[in-house]
Design a protein around this ligand. Structure first.
Ligand code: NAP
Length: 201
């Protein structure tokens, strides 16, 4: 079996926590590659003011360019529709060999809303889920949620803890708004891109 990681996120902006996580999971689970997929219009953020998909895509490209095992896909941002993960996974599946196993990587917080995702039952059959926790989360609450989801949907949701995820996109946007440094929190290329395009001010 070939194994591929699918790193789904809004990436507003992408940061070193995302990159450390993707690389850690790639080696831990022996993944051939990790495909970063910036969300077009994330289903739960339609009302929110998120940065244009063009900027989020370019930042993701810049951040991943030095890792030969990382790729970036335009699959969601190319469509001006809401990006449902089920549609993305089905489309990707068509491009892979039949012996490719997919691992969808996302933040553990997403698990609390997972049951509201479109066709979740089918999605959990099509790909494995890896949920990354941040330091300071309620581990008991998360464990209970995962046990519940695994049981109800006969799923295989895996949890991994990543200290580097103490970084968050929300915190980075706040820092920029308050003129605080974001050096070493995002790749240098992304830092320059943000300042050059006056994002998050
Ligand atoms: P979010 O609600 O912005 O993020 C939830 C938490 O997870 C945040 O703390 C976020 O931190 C973190 N996170 C997000 N993506 C991550 C990743 N790949 N690795 C590690 N941490 C991550 O979630 P989102 O980014 O908008 O959505 C995550 C993915 O779920 C996207 O691919 C989205 O399309 C998908 N989704 C699908 C449906 C559906 O199909 N119905 C519904 C909701 C979400 P940062 O802000 O620091 O990243």
């Amino acid at each position: 079996m070939k194994k591929v990681g699918i790193m789904g996120g809004t990436f507003d902006p992408i940061h070193n926590g995302h990159l450390v996580l993707a690389e850690q999971i790639r080696t831990q689970f022996n993944l051939e590659k990790v495909i970063f997929i910036p969300a077009g219009i994330p289903p739960h953020k339609q009302e929110l003011n998120i940065t244009s998909s063009k900027h989020r895509y370019f930042m993701t490209l810049l951040a991943t360019i030095t890792n030969p095992h990382f790729e970036v896909s335009k699959i969601e941002i190319a469509e001006e529709k809401i990006s449902y993960t089920i549609n993305t996974i089905k489309k990707l599946k068509e491009t892979f060999d039949s012996n490719t196993e997919m691992f969808f990587i996302t933040g553990a917080d997403a698990l609390y809303e997972l049951e509201t995702w479109k066709n979740i039952e089918e999605l959990l059959k099509l790909c494995n889920f890896i949920a990354a926790t941040r330091p300071g989360i309620d581990e008991k609450k998360l464990r209970d949620k995962i046990d519940y989801l695994n049981k109800i949907y006969n799923a295989q949701i895996i949890v991994t803890s990543v200290p580097a995820l103490a970084i968050s996109s929300t915190d980075i946007r706040e820092r920029i708004r308050h003129r605080k440094s974001i050096k070493y929190i995002v790749p240098e290329s992304v830092e320059y891109y943000i300042y050059k395009n006056k994002l998050y001010i």
